[in-house]
Design a protein around this ligand. Sequence first.
Ligand SMILES: Nc1ncnc2c1ncn2[C@@H]1O[C@H](COP(=O)(O)OP(=O)(O)OP(=O)(O)O)[C@@H](O)[C@H]1O
Ligand SMILES: [Mg+2]
Length: 268
Amino acid sequence: MTYCYVLDLHQLSMHYKIITIFILLTLPLVSLNASASHSLKGIEVYLLPEENPIKMQLDTLFLEESPIENISTLRKAGFQLIIPSKKTHPIIARHPLFKGVIFKLYLEVQNIGKQLTETQMWLKRILGANKVRKIIDQKNWNDKFKVPKKWIYLFPHNSENSGNRRSILVEEEMDIFDDQGNKKMWKGDSVDQELLAMLHFILEEIGLRDCTKPGNIAFCRDGRIAFVDTQTWGEWPVSYHRLSNFLSSPMDVCWKEIIKNSKHQLKI
Ligand SMILES: Nc1ncnc2c1ncn2[C@@H]1O[C@H](COP(=O)(O)OP(=O)(O)OP(=O)(O)O)[C@@H](O)[C@H]1O
Ligand SMILES: [Mg+2]
């Protein structure tokens, strides 16, 4: 038999009224935390493997004090910022002990909103990178494009970190040009109609809305383009027009023709 309870606050004593109102107000917070912890299920395959030497070194670094408390603790722990930090964006950093990788992380003092935990955001970036890699491999376009490997590093259980954060993202470092060099490449001879058509195919298939600016699709010293920011996928329409600002005039004409074939058109 199913019973249905209808809550009538008037029938309750003041004491119970206060308790009931408190429970009702805190319910959404409880379910948010429940979904956040639930989200850790199934991420094992995306974690930095135990046998990876970086994992052991990171454990040592994160076991005692939390390096990600604020910018000072981060620097004290040896991390060096690659680009200036932005308020709500992840910090992008290197560490001299860890060659060939970079770190994306949120400090405890940063406000990242309540939509997704940082671990869920890292997972999104990993899944986006996997989608890009799959197309590059299927199409045999590895001579033109690449995408860094990415892993979630979960802080050790016995770490003294008492904050809200549970993880950082470890990424294979790509040999990208600096901002100026990258923009120069985007205006240069390496960009032709065929490359733009390939790029359009990848962006359109995956819905990489934000991958139309040089910072997110960066030219590397080996001549390939690296998809370094794979967070916004499955988000159509892609902001194709933004790339126009970074192309030579003839290539911009080509690009405008190519993007006419997009299934998801941007309404402007
Ligand atoms: N794997 C990588 N290897 C080398 N450099 C990287 C890598 N990932 C990121 N970078 C550098 O850091 C910059 C910022 O990284 P990313 O785009 O992931 O951060 P973001 O805050 O999400 O950016 P956005 O401002 O586009 O939202 C990149 O434009 C690139 O210069
Ligand atoms: Mg970016």
